[in-house]
Ligand binder design. Structure first.
Ligand code: HEC
Ligand code: HEC
Ligand code: HEC
Ligand code: HEC
Length: 187
């Protein structure tokens, strides 16, 4: 064994060769640190606190949300901002996060403020509606699962309308705009 050299690792006489395993080790540590940092960033940028840091004082969004049943209700089940606005799936989540980088710029130049919010609001809401229509209200469906609706037990008004969803004739946002925020004023 002693005079048989390992195929994988032979201590070398030249010191620089040691750099290879040391380099590999450092690289692995940096890689792991980068993954942790990425994960922490992704998590931190999905908290209500993060959204509040800009939207409180900029518009009335947070106050309206906190008055809605999605913030507090008799069951104590809550929906955070990110639950409705950021996908749980990786690719659309990354798309939203990358697009949101532009909002840091808009925040800095102050495109939205308490004075002009009502005028700008329709544009912003329309953007959200377009996205939700295009993705069949995907984020709503992460909590509300139509295949588990007990339509037989639902009042007629709900049964008739929700049957349309099951028939593929409508999506949540077609009928349920303005559930967490006030609707934009008619302009
Ligand atoms: C760095 C500041 C900042 C943070 C943090 C922030 N926003 Fe915004 N957000 C803005 C600004 C500024 C606008 C307006 C952009 C414009 O004028 O087009 C905006 C617009 C929006 C819009 C409407 C337009 C669109 O892009 O769909 C939504 C929805 C939104 N933000 C949700 C969120 C959520 C959810 C969070 C937390 C996960 C969040 N924002 C965190 C600054 C921020
Ligand atoms: C994180 C989970 C979650 C998400 C995401 C979510 N909801 Fe809800 N939603 C709830 C809970 C919990 C209630 C029950 C509130 C209560 O008991 O009154 C509720 C209640 C409702 C109600 C009845 C109360 C009301 O405000 O009229 C409607 C309508 C509704 N959701 C539609 C939606 C739509 C549309 C979306 C997507 C834009 C959505 N929800 C996204 C959890 C969620
Ligand atoms: C064609 C219109 C329509 C569509 C599409 C639709 N709904 Fe509704 N939904 C209604 C109506 C109408 C009611 C009753 C509201 C009322 O009476 O104020 C209702 C009630 C609800 C309620 C409250 C139920 C209760 O027992 O009080 C929830 C939650 C809800 N919808 C979620 C959703 C979700 C999630 C989607 C998409 C998967 C969706 N709806 C799609 C029309 C619709
Ligand atoms: C239950 C789902 C839900 C939750 C929770 C929610 N939103 Fe929204 N948000 C919507 C929908 C749907 C719209 C599209 C306009 C509408 O119908 O009210 C919207 C629109 C917006 C807009 C565009 C401006 C406007 O007035 O329409 C902003 C900004 C926004 N949301 C930010 C937030 C922030 C920040 C939070 C947390 C404080 C949050 N939202 C929580 C569903 C939600």
């Amino acid at each position: 064994m002693s005079d048989k050299k390992s195929r994988f690792w032979t201590p070398s006489k030249s010191k620089w060769l040691l750099g290879i395993p040391i380099g590999g080790f450092v690289f692995a540590i940096l890689g792991a640190a980068a993954m942790v940092a990425f994960h922490v960033t992704m998590e931190a940028s999905s908290t209500n606190a993060f959204c509040y840091s800009c939207h409180v004082g900029m518009d009335t969004i947070v106050e309206e949300y906190e008055a809605s049943p999605h913030f507090s209700n008799r069951h104590g089940v809550k929906a955070d901002c990110a639950d409705c606005h950021i996908s749980k799936e990786f690719v659309p989540k990354m798309e939203t996060k990358i697009k949101a980088i532009a909002d840091i710029y808009y925040q800095l130049i102050g495109t939205i403020n308490m004075e002009n919010f009502e005028q700008e609001r329709l544009r912003l809401a329309q953007h959200v509606w377009d996205e939700m229509k295009a993705n069949d209200s995907r984020e709503c469906r992460s909590c509300h699962e139509p295949t588990r609706w007990d339509l037989a037990a639902a009042p007629t008004r709900i049964r008739v309308n929700h049957q349309k969803v099951l028939n593929g004739e409508g999506t949540c946002i077609d009928c349920h705009a303005g559930i967490a925020h006030k609707l934009p004023q008619k302009q």
